[in-house]
Design a protein around this ligand. Sequence first.
Ligand SMILES: [Zn+2]
Length: 413
Amino acid sequence: MNKSCKFRIYPNKNQEVKLNRTLATCRHLYNDCLGERKRQAELNRLKKDFDVFPWGKPEWVNYYEQKRELAVTKTSFQKDVYSQVLQDVIKRVDKSFKNFFNGFGYPRFQGRNRYNIFTYPQSGFGLEDGKLNLSKIGNIRIIQHREIEGKIKTCTIKKDIDQWYVSFSCEIEDHPPVKIKTKTGIDAGLISLITLSSGEEIEPPKFLRKSEGKLTLEQKRLSWKKKGSGKRNKQRIIVSKTHRKIRNQRTDFAHKTSRMLVNNYDHIKFEDLQIKNMVRNHHLAKSISDAGWNQLMNFTKFKAECAGKVVEFVNPAGTSQTCICGYPVPKDLSLRIHRCPQCGLVMKRDRVSAILIENRPSTVGTTGINARQGLLIEGRCSGTLRGFSPEWFTFDGKYYNPGVARFSCIYAQ
Ligand SMILES: [Zn+2]
């Protein structure tokens, strides 16, 4: 099992220049490799359209070819970067394509302000008396606020506007499963509040709301600034710093809440948001709170695994429209109290949902791409993209239009 530890690092001026230069080199390599693959895709498309060659299997550029090519054609900039870091960049391109074929967005070229990460996948880094030693960069001051558990596997450097972080991915041993004594179900409501099946309610802290308001304001200010101007760039930094603040506040909340849940319960059930979002309309699905819920669920799942406890996801269909006795009680969003004509139960609606979630069997062990495929009954493709062979777009034996960038699918059970 992998666990990551993140620490802040404080490079000096000279090291910061080197770090920035490494990022730039990696970004250029990323864009070049991506470009090569996109050209190949376009070529495949043309060959197919004009029937120049009999259309057999499409040819693709793969990770190993690009890696081999890199070794031969290294520029002087690339020679200044640790070679495994560059190979990892090519791996990232490869991964972004694999993700795309699994239903995520089409990989994009990375602009100067988007690309902010590079990784030492095996070696080239070390920790020595309060310093992080990075090959080709130097010894950087690090604040190690906690002990590192397990064996360090990879080392990733991240730039966050004006701050730098290092994150180690460590391998730790699995915790033996604990005996399940306490159970709970959790309902993540549309209004930002979660309800436990015990009736307990958890609300995100008020300051989070406040920062979200500030973000809207700063974004509006950004839109007033002239494109390409210095003032706009300054405002852009303010906006990203506001984003960072919200992100940190939300992460903090998610860490504390998930810790509380895992400490108090041995078996926790959530609704499967991936299914829920598919059914919901787009505006809601994109709302800020969703990002928060996903994070909370991931943290809880991870912490539970570390402690040998269980987190499961269940299909949320109908949890707000049924009674615990099984009798259907339709109610719209404005109705906050559940009243059952059959058994006479009166309770807060969110708590009823939470109890139903607790009692449902889990859909699939995990959420994620693999879990999704089995559930797909209907798929619709939107967006356009050329050059992809139809075989990539077949799920469950059905054929989907090959001119596709992204899936939006409806799932049901
Ligand atoms: Zn009832």
